[in-house]
Design a protein around this ligand. Structure first.
Ligand code: HEC
Length: 180
């Protein structure tokens, strides 16, 4: 639900409420400051810059709501992962590696913990986080940017081949959960 409200002389508040309770449901509130727009008395007198600023605010707000920025940690799918009946051989090898190197933060079935996000989550689908992102994450670590769990440190003792197997495992979990 999108509410554009509080259109006053110099300030516009854009409120996005996420209906999906699983993702936290916390509304993100975005305030777009218009500067001194003297004489603005409402929508019809907002002027071109006003509309542009409001438009930018709405786009940012929608992106924020889509990627679950507001409710950060609660937006992980902890505990709700469907496990496929069968894994491929590669994925099974990846599962073992995942469970020794990644599970403490990313959780059983990659469903997330309080230390790290669920990887069975639409933001980690292949078009948004390619297999290369997994290789980079394991080798170099990840600076916190999507969530509020903190940084992911580099993971020692996993080869690129190991990570490829982990990726196969995560992709099969993602597919079983309708993520792609
Ligand atoms: C010490 C905790 C920890 C461990 C261990 C860990 N991760 Fe992470 N990982 C995180 C956190 C926290 C993030 C989220 C960073 C953020 O805010 O975007 C993350 C993010 C990621 C991402 C997303 C990268 C991106 O580009 O956004 C991938 C992929 C990933 N981890 C894979 C792995 C794999 C594979 C392993 C095991 C080899 C692993 N992680 C082990 C904590 C961990």
């Amino acid at each position: 639900m999108l509410i554009v409200g509080k259109l006053r002389q110099t300030r516009h508040t854009v409120v996005i409420r996420r209906n999906n309770k699983d993702r936290g449901g916390r509304p993100g509130v975005f305030v777009v400051y218009m500067g001194r727009a003297s004489g603005n008395k409402g929508l019809d007198k907002m002027g071109r810059n006003g509309w542009i600023a409001l438009g930018i605010g709405v786009v940012i707000a929608l992106l924020f709501a889509y990627y679950g920025g507001g409710g950060a940690n609660r937006a992980s799918t902890r505990g709700e992962v469907v496990v496929p009946a069968r894994f491929s051989e590669t994925a099974l090898a990846g599962k073992a590696i995942f469970e020794s190197k990644c599970i403490t933060c990313h959780g059983k079935n990659a469903a997330g913990t309080s230390n790290g996000p669920a990887l069975v989550h639409k933001i980690y689908e292949p078009n948004h986080h390619s297999d290369g992102a997994f290789l980079r994450a394991a080798r170099l670590g990840v600076r916190a940017h999507h969530w509020r769990f903190g940084d992911m440190p580099p993971v020692a003792g996993v080869s690129p081949e190991d990570v490829r197997k982990v990726v196969a495992y995560i992709r099969e979990l993602q597919r079983a959960n309708g993520i792609f």
